[in-house]
Design a protein around this ligand. Structure first.
Ligand SMILES: [Zn+2]
Length: 140
């Protein structure tokens, strides 16, 4: 009888441990998907003609001036949001695209082939973490 009790007790403990681990794992995965990990940082990525022009922290107020050839774009980062403050493109459409602060949002200046995007990166020195976030389309 004693052996059986021990076995039952151990089994329940084991099941509880597994359940605990699975729940932790699920929370971790959910947090990762929602981008709520504490050491995650949002970056504004500016691309010109498909090439990365620069990366800027979204939580830092700053102005980025892009002067390429005969065109000019000024992107302002303010209060955790990025927007096109001024551009000398003919359509001016990029200035009307509003403020972005989410990785699903972009500002596109078609005449200048300029794209402003938001990227979420691990806030650490390990460059491998950054690579992990780039192939978003592959992991889905
Ligand atoms: Zn434009």
């Amino acid at each position: 009888m004693k052996k059986k009790d021990l076995f039952l007790g151990g089994g329940i403990l084991f099941a509880a441990c597994v359940l605990f681990l699975v729940m932790n794992l699920m929370q971790y995965v959910q947090a990762k998907e929602n981008g709520q990990k504490e050491n995650q940082e949002k970056q504004v990525v500016i691309k010109v003609d498909g090439e990365v022009y620069g990366r800027y922290a979204l939580d830092e107020d700053q102005v980025i001036e892009v002067q390429e050839g005969d065109f000019y774009n000024r992107i302002r980062i303010e209060d955790g949001k990025a927007y096109m403050e001024e551009a000398d493109c003919p359509d001016g459409y990029c200035e009307e695209q509003g403020k972005i602060n989410n990785r699903t949002q972009t500002i596109v200046c078609l005449p200048h082939k300029l794209v402003v995007e938001i990227e979420e990166v691990e806030n650490s020195d390990d460059s491998q973490n950054e690579k992990e976030h780039l192939p978003d389309t592959i992991s889905k």
